[in-house]
Design a binder for this molecule. Structure first.
Ligand code: FDA
Length: 393
């Protein structure tokens, strides 16, 4: 007769580990299963190896979901300060980079070690390198058929993440389980992902590949002010990754380069001071040189400043603060940091993450239709939703 656990969790990522350590420390017997050979692989590679583990400003406004209120309860009950308290207890050195983003001073592995330590305190059984073949309802709760035999548990938590970076073992597993148990799944798409351009546009922008600039990138009413990077495939950098979660195929985005610079005033002042200067030379005082060159060539500005009217200088300024670009697509799940959409939150209890129609079945982390902005918000959702389920199972 197989041992029956109180809780079985599938997926030893950020959310699964937080759920496991919480349930274990509350006295439940917990088994945590993953098909990967190591736990928390996305934590390990996150934040350039230093893990942007939370954001001190994290709140519901930083998340996308079909129900913008769904994440409120979990985020309020386990905050960035709560996670930071755990980090401090483990004496992990950290720093704030920009915009409230907290990173490890040393290595993302410190966060994984911390979670493993806390799991040990809770007596969690961690089973790695195990494939789940099937899940079914059983008398005690749920039966999981794995490559290493059956596991039974009273409660089952699905924490297998989204579809981003399939090379690292991301699967659509959570969505299949949801469908099996009659839960709805909203459309999924890559989020926090570089945007691509159609070949013609790309050829034109080739000279800019590698150029970075401070920009505000807008889509409808949503705008982000961070760095923008021109690449060989299209557009990237934090400002683009952020807007990519709002962008849809066929939509245009608007770039405002160096938004604090009043280019119209700058060009007119330069004309007064020395009319023989080229527009490109003046722009290059505020923009990367290649970008200044591209803009003047694109707008066919060849004459020196003295020979240009106010109207022409205003056109240059308007272009720089209102450059409309129509991306062709995105780089897809191959490079996306997250998956937008997922398990429909209408089917989940926002306090516990339990399926409303299937007692004992929980979904947490990225597989749920809650997606954060870039900047530590996605880990904060993983911690908060993992905590909420861990306190309920
Ligand atoms: P996560 O993907 O972490 O874990 C899922 C686990 O389930 C994995 O261990 C996987 O092996 C396992 N699994 C999947 N299918 C399975 C199956 N069929 N059977 C068994 N196990 C299975 N966020 C942030 O806040 N700050 C940051 O710095 C970064 N940086 C970052 C960099 C990169 C390159 C990426 C791709 C992503 C980020 N993110 C991030 C996003 C963040 O990594 C992500 O939101 C969380 O890891 C989600 O946590 P989960 O636990 O939900 O899934």
């Amino acid at each position: 007769m197989a041992r029956i656990f109180d809780v079985a969790i599938v997926g030893a990522g950020a959310a699964g580990m937080m759920c496991a350590l919480t349930a274990g420390q509350r006295g439940s017997s917990v088994v945590l299963i993953d098909h990967a050979k190591a736990p928390g692989e996305k934590i390990r590679i996150s934040g350039g190896g230093r893990c942007n583990f939370t954001n001190i400003h994290a709140g519901p406004k930083n998340y996308l979901s079909a129900n913008p209120h769904f994440m409120k309860s979990a985020l309020a009950r386990f905050t960035a300060a709560d996670f930071l308290a755990m980090v401090d207890r483990h004496r992990i050195a950290w720093h704030e980079k920009t915009l409230g983003q907290l990173f490890c001073d040393d290595s993302a592995k410190d966060i994984i070690r911390m979670l493993l330590d806390e799991m040990r305190t809770g007596g969690v059984e961690l089973r790695l390198g195990i494939d789940v073949a099937a899940i079914e309802k059983a008398e005690a709760g749920f039966r999981i058929e794995t490559s290493e035999g059956q596991i039974e548990a009273r409660a089952l938590v699905i924490a297998t993440g989204g579809k981003s970076i399939p090379k690292m073992g991301a699967t659509g597993f959570a969505y299949k389980v949801a469908e099996q148990f009659g839960l709805a799944v909203t459309e999924t798409r890559p989020g926090l992902v570089p945007l691509t351009l159609e070949p013609g546009q790309l050829t034109e922008l080739t000279p800019l590949a590698g150029v970075a600039v401070d920009a505000e990138v807008r889509h409808g009413k949503t705008a982000f002010r961070e760095a923008l990077l021109f690449t060989h495939r299209g557009l990237s950098g934090p400002a683009i990754l952020q807007i990519s979660s709002y962008w849809r195929e066929g939509d245009a985005i608007t770039l405002s380069l160096e938004p604090d610079v009043d280019f119209s005033a700058v060009l007119k002042a330069a004309r007064r001071e020395n009319g023989r200067q080229a527009v490109q030379t003046v722009l290059a005082q505020h923009l990367p040189k290649r970008l200044a060159q591209y803009v003047t060539e694109r707008l066919r500005i060849e004459k020196p400043l003295a020979d240009l009217s106010d109207k022409v200088l205003d056109t240059v300024a308007s272009f720089l603060h209102g450059w409309v670009v129509k991306p062709a697509g995105s780089e897809g799940y191959r490079t996306a940091e997250v998956t937008l959409g997922g398990i429909d939150v209408a089917g989940l209890d926002s306090k516990t993450m339990q399926a409303k129609t299937v007692p004992g079945l929980y979904f947490i982390g990225e597989c749920v239709d809650v997606t954060g902005w870039l900047g530590g918000y996605n880990f904060q959702w993983a911690w908060a939703s993992g905590r909420a389920a861990g306190e309920s199972v």
